[in-house]
Design a protein around this ligand. Structure first.
Ligand code: SF4
Length: 363
């Protein structure tokens, strides 16, 4: 493909002219559109609106399990047989202490996630109190994900100082019945619209790899543009034994990167997050996600581990990016190095022992 195609793609996106559905589908699946120029074009757009900063998000799984919903991708769903350690809502002290650790680890945003269909008014008031306490103590942005919400509960959280409400669309309207039967896509849209009407920032994204088509993915990106979502997490299905959904379908590192590029072109100003599953699905290409995406999770996800903190911070630094927030990336990495003791960074070497050299015992 002629170089001018990619330049035009970036230039249109910067002017907030989205690629049409045809071009969007080609970005996802046309091999004549090569990955590196696509990433470069997406990076131009990312730099224009978000510079080279990476917003690190850390999740707190505030209540694990006990959910009456049946989202097929979720280990906490009532239909999942995944082996998880369920617990009711954590105490405020526990959550506040974890907020401190998240802040000191370099988090820009702290995401409190509660399992369940949606909070009662009593729970919303409780979460509001927690939001106030966290924001009084730490300069963290706070995001809450608590299921379906009406305008009254949203108002309570907004008045407490909540920065963002997360509620993922997860897939397109037509695909949604294949991944959940206990609530509808419209229920999800209603929550997002109620938050938007209350002038509360929304965070909403998708999960790729559940069997959806490229067209479904394009539809999600376009719907999130219509909703003007300032924050879009792109999750890649994590296979969890016991979940209703089995192995991820169709995800290769290249396809995952194409999805991230597509969301950047369609939603140029949004915080695009390479979210759950990026490590497993991008593998050795993981760092490339930072070119279209300007945000990642650290310290894993709701029920699964991710890349450890030290490697996340080092990856950001090695690729020439910096982090968003009050703390210095260099200081955080120094602290990690002091704590871990072992790191290969070109300034020192570690000699192999005889066991490393001759792992098979000799007669
Ligand atoms: S995604 Fe949320 S609502 Fe759906 S099953 Fe999991 S915890 Fe419940």
């Amino acid at each position: 493909m002629d170089r001018s195609f990619y330049t035009q793609l970036a230039s249109n996106s910067i002017q907030e002219i989205s690629p049409d559905t045809d071009i969007s589908l080609r970005i996802l699946r046309d091999p004549s559109l090569e990955l590196l120029p696509l990433l470069d074009a997406a990076f131009e757009v990312r730099k224009k609106f978000t510079g080279k900063e990476v917003a690190i998000h850390i999740i707190n799984n505030a209540q694990n399990g006990f959910c009456p919903e049946d989202c097929h991708y979720c280990a906490q769903a009532k239909t999942s047989r995944a082996d998880i350690d369920e617990y009711p809502t954590k105490s405020d002290d526990e959550i506040l202490e974890e907020a401190r650790i998240a802040y000191e680890s370099g988090a820009f945003r702290y995401c409190l996630v509660y399992a369940g269909r949606g909070p009662s008014h009593k729970r919303a008031l409780h979460i509001a109190g927690l939001i106030r306490s966290i924001k009084e103590k730490y300069p963290l942005q706070v995001c809450v994900s608590a299921g379906l919400m009406d305008k009254y509960n949203i108002k309570v959280l907004k008045e407490a100082g909540l920065d963002r409400l997360n509620h993922n669309l997860n897939s397109s309207e037509s695909f949604y019945p294949k991944i959940c039967s206990t609530h509808t896509y419209q229920d999800r849209l209603n929550t997002l619209k109620a938050a938007r009407d209350a002038q509360l920032e929304i965070c909403s994204g998708m999960i790729a790899g559940m069997g959806e088509t490229p067209k479904d993915i394009v539809e999600v990106a376009q719907t999130l543009l219509e909703l003007k979502a300032p924050s879009i997490p792109i999750n890649f299905l994590i296979p969890i034994e016991g979940n209703v959904l089995g192995a991820p379908q169709g995800l290769t590192p290249e396809y995952c990167l194409r999805i991230l590029c597509l969301f950047r072109f369609i939603n140029p100003k949004s915080e695009i997050r390479a979210a759950a599953g990026r490590e497993g699905h991008l593998r050795s290409m993981e760092v490339m996600a930072l070119y279209p995406a300007n945000s990642i999770f650290m310290e894993g996800y709701l029920n699964t581990l991710g890349l450890d903190r030290s490697r996340v911070l080092r990856m950001i630094q090695d690729a020439g990016f910096t982090i968003k927030g009050a703390l210095s990336l260099d200081d955080l990495i120094d602290k990690e190095n002091q704590n871990s003791g072992f790191h290969i960074d070109g300034t020192q070497s570690f000699m192999k022992s005889l066991n490393d050299l001759r792992p098979v015992k000799q007669p």
